[in-house]
Every structure is written in structure tokens, then in C-alpha cells.
Design a protein around this ligand. Structure first.
Ligand code: M7G
Length: 350
């Protein structure tokens, strides 16, 4: 099954960078090129300022990326336009930083003081105060959708909800695991394998993830040989497997990439997209790699939880987010259909 269908079940990472979104749009824009070249050109030629643009809808206001995407119209042009504004990054060199901000052109306004702390608004000279703008005209529904963040739905999955909702979904709609078997059996991606432990109980294959595009940023996954769906199935009997992945996996990474264990983020996803247990290995400096709190479970924490309570993952409530209403609906239906759903009962007793 193609990866594109994954997000029906689990929330795929939302493409938060303009570059990601832009890359996937390029083809689309090229497809439109022939029919729209003339109108497209005139709209940009006449563009001295943006006063003839009217905002119809804010699609995305990303405080982390400092990015604003709006849909609107240009006066005299019928079709929708998309304008993306992005704050620019800072210069890399000390000298350039000095010249750009630490001069008598920069206006300084004090906002607050508290003890030794002061907050200011700074207005550097225009050249260093700019925004990057991308204008797409005409913007197709696909462009608009790309820049519109999904609505997320949080699920607090008790063991009962797992049994009655998640498990039937996994059993009926699971994505094909053929690619996992191919790697485990040495039939595919053999040149991308970093380490292979053939033991049936504690063995695993450490392989470059699809997301690892080059050698600069590490992204590996350890595919487990035992048939285990997810962390929900883990118990005391799996501790040797988990410690082996941690110890042998980090040793192999040290030998291959010279990266120490203390530079690695090693985690499971819950819910994962693929229900054959696997562990993600990335370096600590990689942000936004699916390691947000409502999805990532550190391997070390999982080991520790099971050491304290052997059936911890059969007893605990696991919280995760879904980004499609279609995926959330079975949970909503189940909780609404019961007279006294477990999560409501728990909240009422607080
Ligand atoms: P996940 O936690 O099930 O879901 O991780 P996610 O995809 O939402 O993170 C599965 C991991 O397997 C992901 O990091 C994928 O990039 C990776 N992956 C998926 N496929 C189909 C392949 C593949 O064919 N080869 C390799 N090497 N990695 C894959």
C-alpha cells in the first residue's frame, strides 16, 4: 500500500516547512503552467505593493515557523490567490549580525523590566526587517489544502478502548507489512542495513529509514523479528529484546557513524503507522521528526515502566492524536455509544 494512505489511520506529520510544501507543489504548478502563464505573468508584473490584495481567509498562522499563509483575491483577478509570508532567518556571521542589528539605525522600545531581565521590541533598518513572500496565482484547491493545517483529535486509549476500537481497526485495516518482511528476510534494502541480529527472540535489523535522505541527518529504524504489533503488546518477557535493541543498536551506530548513545533519541510511535514493532533512532538535534509528546515513547522509559510494572502497557492509558475525523470517528462513536464510558467515568470521579 502506498505511504499516502497511511494518514487515514494515523496522523502523518504535518509538513511544517514551506520548503516541504513547496517541493510537493512544484509539480502541480508546472502542470498548470501552460494554461496560466499569461494571467500569472501580468499579476506579478503589476505588483508594486500588496494593496490590491484582499485577505479572504487565514489558512495557517504558524507561530513556530513564523509563517502566515492567506487565501485571497487580487483586484481584477477572479481566481483565488495564495500569499505566504515568512520571517527571514538571521545572518550566520558575527560581523553581519553586528552590522545588521547593533547600530544606531535600530529603534529600541522597552517592554518590561523585572530584576536583571529587560524585554524590548527592536525595529532594525528595513533591509534587515523584511519578510519573504511567496505568491501563488491561481491557487488550486490542492495548494490551499497544502497550507491548511489539519484538525487534530486527541484519543485517551484505555485498555478497554484498545480492545474494542483499536484492535478491530488494526485487524481489519492494517497496512501491508511486506516491506518489513522483505528487509528482515534480506530480500530488500540490503545495502541500507547497518546491523543484523538473526536471533528469533531478541533479534532485529537496524536499517536506514525511508526518511534518511543523506548521511548528514541520521534516521534509522530497528525492525523487530518477533511478531509484536506495538508497545501495547510489550511485557516483562520482552525486556531482553528491548535491552538488546538499546545496547546492540547504539553500539552499531557508534561504530558506523561515530555517534554516541547520549546524542540519540530512541523511541517508539504510538500509534504507529505499521503494526510490526520497530524503534526509531534519530539524533537529538533533529526537531519535528514525529517525536512530539502525544506520539513518541522513549525506549528507555518503556523499559523502565515494564521493569516497575511487568504488564504496564496492558494496563495504562495511551494518549495519541489523529488528524482525520474519519480515523477519530470510531473512537467518538464508541465513547458516545456507551452509557458510562471509561474516560468519562474517570473524569467525573476526579
Ligand atoms: P511508524 O512509527 O509506523 O509511522 O514508522 P510513521 O511512518 O508515521 O513514522 C514507520 C517507519 O518506517 C517510518 O519512519 C517510515 O519512514 C519507515 N518506512 C516505511 N516504509 C514503507 C519503509 C520502507 O519501505 N523502507 C524503510 N527503510 N523504511 C520505511
Amino acid at each position: 500500500m502506498a505511504d499516502g494512505s497511511v494518514d487515514v489511520l494515523v496522523c502523518e506529520e504535518y509538513k511544517s516547512s514551506l520548503n516541504d510544501s513547496q517541493a510537493s507543489l512544484d509539480q502541480n504548478v508546472n502542470d498548470n503552467n501552460e494554461s496560466t502563464t499569461n494571467e500569472n505573468d501580468t499579476i506579478h508584473e503589476l505588483l508594486n505593493n500588496l494593496s490590491n490584495f484582499t485577505v479572504k481567509r487565514i489558512l495557517r498562522n504558524d507561530v513556530t515557523q513564523k509563517l502566515l499563509a492567506v487565501e485571497g483575491t487580487f483586484k481584477g483577478y477572479k481566481q483565488p490567490a495564495l500569499v505566504v509570508l515568512e520571517k527571514k532567518g538571521f545572518p550566520k556571521e558575527e560581523l553581519s549580525v553586528n552590522e545588521a542589528f547593533f547600530n544606531d539605525e535600530t529603534i529600541v522600545k522597552k517592554i518590561y523590566r523585572n530584576d536583571i531581565y529587560r524585554g524590548y521590541d527592536l525595529f532594525p533598518e528595513k533591509e534587515h526587517n523584511g519578510l519573504a513572500a511567496t505568491i501563488i496565482y491561481p491557487a488550486t484547491p490542492k495548494h490551499i489544502e497544502k497550507f491548511t493545517p489539519p484538525t487534530f483529535y486527541l484519543v485517551e486509549e484505555t485498555p478497554e478502548v484498545y480492545e474494542n476500537v483499536t484492535l478491530p481497526i488494526i485487524n481489519s485495516q492494517q497496512l501491508s507489512l511486506q516491506w518489513v518482511d522483505n528487509i528482515l528476510e534480506g530480500k530488500a534494502e540490503t545495502d541500507r542495513v547497518i546491523f543484523n541480529d538473526p536471533d528469533k527472540k531478541t533479534g532485529f535489523v537496524l536499517v536506514k529509514d525511508l526518511k534518511m535522505k543523506d548521511e548528514k541527518s541520521l534516521y534509522l529504524i530497528a525492525l523487530v523479528r518477533q511478531k509484536i504489533k506495538s508497545i501495547r503488546d510489550l511485557n516483562e518477557s520482552h525486556l531482553p529484546l528491548l535491552t538488546n535493541i538499546k545496547e546492540a543498536g547504539t553500539k552499531a551506530i557508534k561504530e558506523t557513524y561515530n555517534i554516541s548513545e547520549n546524542q540519540l533519541k530512541i523511541f517508539f510511535h504510538y500509534q504507529p503507522s505499521y503494526y510490526q514493532l520497530h524503534v526509531h533512532f534519530i539524533t537529538l538535534d533533529v526537531e519535528n521528526a514525529g517525536s512530539f509528546v502525544e506520539r513518541a515513547h522513549l525506549l528507555s522509559t518503556v523499559i523502565s515502566n515494564i521493569q516497575m510494572v511487568p504488564d504496564y502497557y496492558q494496563k495504562t492509558t495511551l494518549t495519541f492524536r489523529l488528524c482525520k475525523y474519519l480515523a477519530f470517528k470510531p473512537y467518538e462513536d464508541y465513547l458516545n455509544g456507551r452509557e458510562d464510558p471509561p474516560t468519562k467515568r474517570a473524569r467525573l470521579s476526579l
